[in-house]
Design a protein around this ligand. Structure first.
Ligand code: FAD
Length: 459
């Protein structure tokens, strides 16, 4: 039976980072990838990486530190992540970014947003595809082997390591140590039902943008080996009107979001993860996006939203088509709109009257939305779309690890020779209000896992 020092399950950001570090320590490395292509969700991603104390921040005159990042990270996640993991993430992210820059990825610092007063999100030129490609080239250059079309289906301990079954022909492989880097559970309906019910509750409307091979194999295989899991019901499910399966990170800020009680519940320009959380907290876990005819006509399919992207859902053509199809509620008066949407009518009328007055005054004294994105809702017909946090971009439930990326059993003890990193793990990520923590997580812990696995393999 063929054997290697380190076997790695998954060729996303975490698996490839692990492969590079393990090769640097002289271990023989085989990466097994279920899909026919390398890269996983990392390659599909926007390529935004969050880090503090970076060369790009310094060049832009931004003062920042891992400590400030850590404090903010814990506060925004309400101390519900594992502090040791969060600290490792915040301390390691800048180094991970500089490492990617050295390998050939170029980044741009994204300006601050309302959840992140200090700019910490760095966007890769060429997005996630570029990050994955650069990592793949480096891993191959160093001599790591990558086998695509090789889904790992079983793992057994051998006493001196692990025996893996992989690929359609159930080939066997022996490895001294193992890194599980198989991504999240987004593409498994069954696992979403079980481990991310807040997203799955929307039934057929719930869908995931992750790589289709991210079906939670790491979580299932790991638990069979005695690993603990953590991060249940955590993830990022973006809000969407469910018109079509359009991947839009955030709706345009000129919409007015109200709950079933007819009241606004958020500054519509909030970062996406905050829109998810505040919407989930409303009655029924949904909100209603309200607009009028003047706003519909004002937005063409090529206009940019406040996130500098065009909106596939919220432009005049798409809105007209969805109104015709009955997916967007239309009414000649606010009263009728409230009745059709089953939103409290009197409260909705009051809310929109107040909102229109705020638009005229140029000041949102309730939520302090940027006046540049405030448009009155006064020209009939009026429109309402129910928005649901059901577009799964990221899942945060997975194997429990320590700061050295060692997988922990249900008693909290490391399972010898078993490492994990990235979206297949839990405890590091929750609903941070910024952007880019998941790729940081994959690279920071992928590198740690690769180093640890190489060392424990005795290579
Ligand atoms: C569209 C999109 C945009 C995103 N944008 C951002 C962003 O800008 N910033 C950010 O921080 N996060 C973003 N995310 C999330 C982020 O990309 C991922 O959480 C992160 O890249 C996960 O990296 P990973 O290495 O853990 O997993 P992945 O990159 O998903 O890699 C896991 C790999 O494991 C493989 N695999 C699964 N099961 C098996 C098996 N049994 N055997 C062998 N191989 C297996 C999969 O095929 C996959 O290739 C985005 C996600 C998506 C989908």
């Amino acid at each position: 039976m063929p054997g290697v020092d380190v076997a790695i399950i998954g060729s996303g950001g975490a698996g490839l980072s692990a492969a590079i570090e393990a090769r640097h320590r002289g271990a023989s490395v085989l990466v097994l990838e279920a899909a026919d292509a390398v890269g996983g969700s990392t390659a599909l991603s926007g390529g935004v990486l969050m880090a503090a104390g970076t060369s790009l921040q310094r060049a832009a005159g931004v003062e920042d530190s891992a400590t400030a990042f850590y404090d903010r990270y814990l506060a925004l996640n309400r101390w519900s992540v594992e502090p040791a993991l969060a600290r490792a993430l915040c301390e390691g992210a800048a180094e991970a970014l500089e490492w990617l820059i050295e390998l050939g990825v170029q980044f741009e610092l994204i300006p601050a947003n309302s959840a992140e007063a200090t700019p910490r999100s760095h966007m890769a030129d060429g997005a996630g595809a570029r990050i994955a490609r650069v990592l793949e080239l480096e891993a191959r250059r160093l001599g790591a082997r990558i086998l695509t079309g090789s889904r790992v289906t079983a793992i057994e301990p051998t006493g001196s390591g692990w025996s893996l079954s992989h690929g359609a022909a159930d080939a066997r492989l022996e490895a001294r140590t193992l890194v599980v880097a198989s991504g999240g559970i987004g593409a498994s309906r069954e696992l979403l039902d079980k481990y991310y019910p807040d997203a799955a509750v929307h039934g057929d409307r719930t869908w995931s943008v992750s790589a289709p091979t991210c079906v939670g194999d790491g979580l299932l295989l790991g638990t069979e080996l005695g690993a603990a899991i953590t991060g249940e019901n955590q993830g990022l499910a973006l809000i969407t009107p469910c018109f079509d399966r359009n991947f839009e990170v955030v709706p345009p800020a000129w919409l007015v979001l109200v709950n079933r009680e007819g009241r606004r519940y958020v500054d519509e320009k909030m970062p996406y993860s905050m829109l998810t959380e505040t919407t989930q907290a409303q009655t029924g876990g949904t909100g209603f996006a309200i607009l009028d005819e003047a706003s519909r006509l004002a937005w063409s399919p090529t206009d940019l939203t406040h996130q500098d992207v065009v909106s596939m859902d919220w432009n005049r053509d798409s809105l007209a088509a969805n109104a015709r199809d009955g997916k967007l509620i239309v009414a000649d008066s606010v009263r009728e709109l409230g009745e059709r949407a089953e939103v409290d009518v009197a409260a909705l009328e009051q809310t929109l009257a107040e909102y229109n007055a705020a638009c005229a005054a140029g000041r949102d004294s309730r939520f302090f939305k940027d006046p540049a994105w405030m448009r009155p809702v006064s020209t009939p017909p009026f429109y309402a779309a129910e928005v649901r946090p059901c577009l799964v971009a990221l899942t945060c439930c997975g194997l429990r690890i320590d700061a050295d990326a060692r997988v922990l059993d249900t008693c909290g003890a490391p399972i010898p020779g078993l490492f994990a990193a990235g979206e297949t793990t839990g405890g590091v990520l929750r609903q941070y209000g910024g952007s880019g923590n998941s790729i940081s997580n994959a690279v920071v812990f992928g590198r740690r896992a690769g180093r640890g696995a190489a060392t424990s393999s005795g290579a």
